[in-house]
Design a protein around this ligand. Structure first.
Ligand SMILES: [Fe+2]
Ligand SMILES: [Fe+2]
Length: 288
C-alpha cells in the first residue's frame, strides 16, 4: 500500500478560474506516490501539444527529469502526441514507457471523413527509443511499486458500455474492422487509510468495467480521476453508468476531458460535492 498519492493534472481540456496555465484537448497527469522511504514519479499520458504541456510543467515546477516511468493509457493522439519531445525534455536514457502491445496499430475514424487518431508520426517506436524511452509492451498489469499498478487489459463485462466512438483498425488480413480499444488501461493506486484511486485517460474500456476489474471486494474507492468518454453517450448509458458507479460509493469523481457536459451534470446530480471538475494544474492528494 502507498502512504500517499498526489495527482497533478498537467494538461486538460479546461483551465481553472484565474489559472495562468494552458489547456488543450487531451490529458496528462503527474503522479507522485510514496511508500515507506520510496518515492516514485509517474507521467501518465502526454496530451497532444507538447509545447503547452512543457509550459505547464515549468509553471508547476514539476521535476520532469525525475520521471521514473511513463504510462500511456491508450493510443489516441490527444494522449500520446509529442511523446518523443517529452522524453527528450526528461533528458534521460532508458525511461520506461509502459503501454499495451497494440499501441502502435492503425486506429482511425471514417466519418465524417477518414482520419488517423492513433499514435502519430514522430512518436513511433524508433522515435521513442531515440528519445531515451524504453518500451515495455505489456498486456496485463504492470506493478510500478507495491500499491501502484496499471490495470492491464480490462475485461468487458457490462452490457451497456462500449468504446464510445466509432473507431476502426486493420486486421491481420488487411481488412478494416471495428477497433475495440484493447489498449485502454488505467492506473490503480491503493493508499493507506484512503482506499483505491483510479486514474484513467479516456475509459474506452468503460468506467464500470474498469471499476469491476480494479476494485477488490470490500475496498473503498477514494477517487476516480480522468476522462469517462461519455461525450456522445445516450442518456440511457449515462444513467446506467452513474447508477453502477454509485454502487462503488466513490469519495471523489473528478471527471473531465471526454466525459461530456451531460454526463458531468448527471454525475454532479448523483454525487454532489463528491464530484469535481478538473483542469490544467488541479491537484488531488490522498494521504493516510
Ligand atoms: Fe482522450
Ligand atoms: Fe481516447
Amino acid at each position: 500500500m502507498l502512504d500517499s498519492l498526489k495527482v497533478t493534472v498537467l494538461a486538460e481540456d479546461s483551465v481553472p478560474y484565474e489559472s495562468p496555465l494552458l489547456g488543450q484537448h487531451g490529458v496528462s497527469f503527474w503522479l507522485e506516490a510514496t511508500a515507506a522511504n520510496e518515492r516514485r514519479r509517474i507521467l501518465v499520458d502526454v496530451g497532444q501539444n507538447p509545447d503547452a504541456l512543457l509550459y505547464n510543467i515549468g509553471k508547476l515546477n514539476i521535476p520532469l527529469a525525475q520521471t521514473d516511468a511513463v504510462v500511456l493509457t491508450h493510443c489516441h493522439y490527444d494522449h500520446t502526441q509529442g511523446l518523443a519531445q517529452i522524453l527528450r525534455a526528461i533528458g534521460k536514457r532508458d525511461v520506461p514507457v509502459i503501454a499495451h502491445p497494440s499501441l502502435f496499430r492503425p486506429n482511425f475514424i471514417t466519418a465524417p471523413f477518414f482520419r488517423h487518431v492513433g499514435v502519430m508520426q514522430g512518436d513511433e517506436p524508433a522515435d521513442v527509443h531515440a528519445a531515451g524511452g524504453c518500451l515495455f509492451p505489456v498486456v496485463g498489469p504492470m506493478q510500478l511499486m507495491p500499491g501502484l499498478t496499471t490495470t492491464g487489459e480490462v475485461p468487458r463485462v457490462s452490457d451497456f458500455e462500449e468504446v464510445g466512438i466509432a473507431l476502426s483498425t486493420i486486421d491481420a488480413n488487411g481488412r478494416v474492422v471495428p477497433d475495440t480499444m484493447p489498449d485502454d488501461i488505467a492506473i490503480e493506486a491503493r493508499v493507506k487509510g484512503c482506499g483505491t484511486v483510479i486514474v484513467t485517460g479516456c475509459s474506452h474500456a468503460g468506467i464500470v468495467n474498469i471499476l469491476k476489474h480494479s476494485v477488490r471486494p470490500g475496498e473503498r474507492v477514494a477517487g476516480i480521476i480522468g476522462g469517462l468518454h461519455l461525450v456522445e453517450a445516450s442518456e440511457e448509458r449515462i444513467a446506467k453508468t452513474v447508477a453502477a458507479m454509485s454502487e462503488f460509493s466513490p469519495s471523489l469523481v473528478a471527471a473531465g476531458h471526454c466525459t461530456g457536459f451531460r454526463a458531468q451534470a448527471a454525475i454532479y446530480a448523483a454525487f454532489g460535492d463528491r464530484f469535481a471538475t478538473m483542469g490544467s494544474g488541479t491537484v488531488f492528494s490522498f494521504t493516510a
